[in-house]
Write a protein that binds this ligand. Structure first.
Ligand SMILES: *Cc1c(COP(=O)(O)O)cnc(C)c1O
Length: 343
């Protein structure tokens, strides 16, 4: 009982996880060096390992997914170029406009289809005519997988890749939750990553590491990204302590993502049985719940009093994320608390 009070069931995000004791231990033991000099053996090992796993030449360990995506955009595009991106994509909507602000790269947002894909005809229509000085130069197609917790269909990734090549565009994946997508599709992550020229993977989401993302790509692209990382102030020193925790996450926390997905499914199924709620998602670890208007705050308080934390007041839908620190008991308590509130 006491432990429940100390560690509330926090469903706001899969970023709220505490590093496990074994993960912290791995960080403490790690040999380190100055990563700006390329000297940190643990950072280097993480980069080589993930590049190998996902089928790329090289990787770059960086502080956040936002930086990883920005470095990719700045490595693929020059000043005055543009990238095609989902109108609801993280790299467009939730990264502070960084590509435009810091990269002088213009986004061309494209409305998503219901399954999160960007229709190829809409992409084709958005590509600017070559050689006409009125236009930015269209250089890159950026996708996101999972998108709102939904894995993009594998055949679409191949089709969009062929499209990008046919139009001379680079092809970037914001794979913040790449391993969730792979788990849901029942394929190795490499089977998704192989379509792309670059992939950004977050270690601090479902994988449960405290800090860090890795950008994967060709040696030339990663060399460019490394320079921009330094320019942006992301050149860090003995980062191997963090890289070791990321390695630990890759070794021990990929297989268990299926548990998060199963629990999200259980949560969604139980909440669907409550008539007042509209429940979507649960393709992976994210469940979206629409509650009757005006009830979000009261619901959040009701749950908070029972040791359950949700992010209310951020729009019509509440996102519930399952993760490393949500067990069966947490799911059961959440279901009981929702039932109690809507009784
Ligand atoms: C969290 C997230 C990012 C950015 O990662 P940070 O480490 O929070 O900067 C990028 N894309 C998607 C889809 C994300 O969910």
């Amino acid at each position: 009982m006491e432990k429940r009070d100390l560690t509330p069931c926090d469903l706001r995000s899969d970023t709220v996880t505490q590093p496990t004791a074994a993960m912290r231990e791995a960080g403490l033991r790690a040999p380190v060096g100055d990563d700006v000099f390329g000297d940190d053996p643990t950072v280097n090992a993480l980069q080589v390992r993930l590049a190998g796993d996902l089928g790329f030449d090289a990787g770059l360990f960086v502080p956040s997914g936002t930086m990883s995506n920005l470095l990719a955009l700045m490595a693929h595009c020059e000043r005055g170029d543009e990238y095609l991106v989902g109108a609801d994509a993280h790299t467009y909507k939730y990264e502070g406009g960084g590509a435009a602000v810091l990269g002088s790269v213009q986004p061309q947002p494209i409305p998503h289809a219901a399954d999160g894909t960007l229709p190829l005809d809409a992409l084709a229509a958005a590509i600017k005519p070559e050689g006409d000085p009125h236009f930015a130069r269209t250089r890159l197609l950026a996708l996101e997988n999972t998108w709102h917790g939904r894995p993009l269909p594998l055949p679409y990734l191949a089709d969009a890749g062929a499209f990008a090549r046919a139009h001379g565009l680079g092809y970037h994946l914001d794979g913040a939750r790449l391993f969730n997508a792979a788990t849901a599709c029942g394929v190795p992550a490499r089977e998704i990553a192989r379509h792309f020229d670059s992939v950004s993977v977050c270690l601090s989401k479902g994988l449960g590491a405290p800090v860090g993302s890795v950008l994967l790509g060709s040696a030339a692209l990663i060399a460019k990204a490394r320079r921009w990382r330094k320019v942006l102030g992301g050149g860090w020193r003995q980062a191997g302590i963090l890289a070791a925790m990321g390695q630990y996450a890759l070794d021990h926390h990929v297989g268990r993502l299926a548990d998060d997905h199963r629990r999200a499914g259980e949560l969604a199924a139980a909440l669907r049985a409550i008539p007042a709620l509209q429940v979507d998602g649960a393709h992976t670890n994210l469940v979206f719940v629409t509650v009757p208007e005006g009830t979000q705050q009261a619901l959040a308080e009701h749950l908070r009093a029972r040791g359950i934390v949700i992010a209310a007041g951020r729009g019509p839908r509440i996102r519930l994320a399952t993760h490393l620190d949500i067990d069966e008991d947490g799911i059961d308590r959440t279901i009981a608390a929702f039932r109690g509130f809507f009784r």
